[in-house]
Design a protein around this ligand. Structure first.
Ligand code: NIG
Ligand code: FE
Length: 403
């Protein structure tokens, strides 16, 4: 039973704490056995039964739960660096999409990439994410948009969940946009989603969640309702890309459908905030997407004041958020969403875990939780998120094993 000691500050991030309280303990120690945490507290209070156990010295560093990136589009073909320049020259994300670039460009590249190539690429991204202290990643399909290519993306996730130390939570995002070949008959594609893909994916256990992009140029709420009705029938939980580029009533829709999370919410209105609070839906903030698209940041203070938990994630994808750097997103959430470091850390651990319905197992450093943690080279949480460095993570314990 190894003991982690000489921790200058440890964040326990209990799931039942208010978001503003990350359960910080100074001069802490932590004990784990096999894959689970057994004891956490002040070093002074370490029970004598553990005093003869092997010790790992944290050298006065910060210890946090393994980070949970609860919104990524991890598997994709190609990049879109050319569009980066077009956007800097003034073209909007929507104009680029209307001209056949954007998500459609990535769909073409993803369809033509082999499963092995996609897997190797996503594996390499996960290696880098793990080094940053990320131990669980939600990952969406949605760059295939035909039967074979959506299944290919989800199969990459299934294989990587086995092959890689990082735990994956797969989400089916067949309703990302309407693929070009179906643009004249949307209904045919929606029927493919409802009658073929959702039942098949659910039966094979290839996804835990179903997501839809509710936005002008993507899906209407009426279409998403049909898709979600099929998803619920087949036992999938719901997530929504809501109110990202305009106020389209996406938050209210997510609440009405009982979605676990409503993601983006850059343009959420007051009715949407009230609806999310009433339904217990998690708001997932994606500050890197706001940064890259020049869109407003989510009104995090308003959401939290209304009682909506606010998670922080990357949205890693080749277009709107081409970075998997969750600690950068966390610092941006402090600076641009006026969230405190404790609110942000809860948002990237226990609240992110709640956004993937796993808050009883991961995202907290409490007895019984999975032994996933990161040792951060900073004396405190405030210091970590204030002094941004390429990577402050010095070691990661995943499922009780050092990586
Ligand atoms: O979350 N909004 C829709 N989907 C992604 C962007 C995908 C892309 O640009 O390729 C997002 O921002
Ligand atoms: Fe996204």
């Amino acid at each position: 039973m190894p003991v982690l000691h000489n921790i200058s500050q440890l964040a326990t991030c209990p799931p039942d704490n208010p978001q503003a309280d990350a359960g910080l303990i100074s001069n802490a120690a932590l004990v784990w056995k096999d894959q689970s945490i057994c004891w956490v507290g002040r070093l002074l209070d370490l029970p004598s039964q553990y005093s003869a156990e092997p010790v790992v010295d944290c050298d006065r560093r910060l210890v946090v739960p393994g980070l949970v990136d609860c919104h990524t589009h991890l598997c994709f073909g190609g990049w879109r660096g050319n569009e980066f320049e077009s956007r800097l020259r003034g073209a909007s994300y929507q104009e680029i999409a209307a001209a056949g670039g954007g998500i459609t460009g990535t769909v073409t590249a993803t369809r033509s990439a082999s499963i092995g190539k996609l897997q190797r690429r996503a594996h390499a991204f996960l290696d880098e994410m793990l080094k940053l202290g990320i131990t669980t990643v939600e990952c969406k399909s949605g760059y295939g948009l035909d039967e074979a290519s959506e299944l290919k993306q989800l199969e990459v996730y299934r294989r990587l969940d086995e092959a890689h130390a990082v735990d994956l939570v797969p989400t089916f995002l067949g309703a990302h946009i309407i693929p070009t070949e179906h643009s004249q008959h949307r209904d045919r594609y929606i029927r493919l989603l409802c009658d073929v893909l959702i039942p098949g994916i659910a039966e094979q256990g290839l996804a835990r969640f179903c997501d839809a992009f509710v936005e002008e140029g993507a899906y209407t709420t009426a279409e998403a309702r049909r898709i979600f009705t099929a998803a619920i029938e087949h036992g999938l939980q719901l997530k929504v890309h809501a109110d990202q580029l305009s106020d389209g009533g996406g938050a209210e829709f997510a609440a009405e459908m009982g979605a676990v999370s409503a993601e983006h919410l850059e343009y959420v209105n007051d009715r949407g905030i009230a609806a999310l609070a009433a339904s217990g839906t998690v708001a997932v903030s994606l500050p890197l997407a706001s940064l890259y698209l020049g869109e407003p940041y989510i009104p995090a203070r308003k959401l939290m004041a209304a009682g909506v938990p606010v998670a922080v994630a990357t949205d890693f994808n080749p277009g709107s958020a081409p970075s998997y750097h969750l600690p950068l997103a966390m610092t941006l959430a402090c600076l641009n969403q006026s969230m405190t470091p404790q609110e942000v850390l809860n948002g990237a651990t226990t609240i992110a875990a709640r956004a993937v319905s796993a808050q009883e197992h991961i995202g907290s450093l409490l007895p019984g939780y999975q032994a996933d943690l990161a040792i951060i080279d900073a004396p405190s949480l405030n210091h970590w998120l204030y002094h941004f460095t390429p990577n402050a993570c010095r070691a990661v314990l995943k499922n009780g094993r050092w990586i």
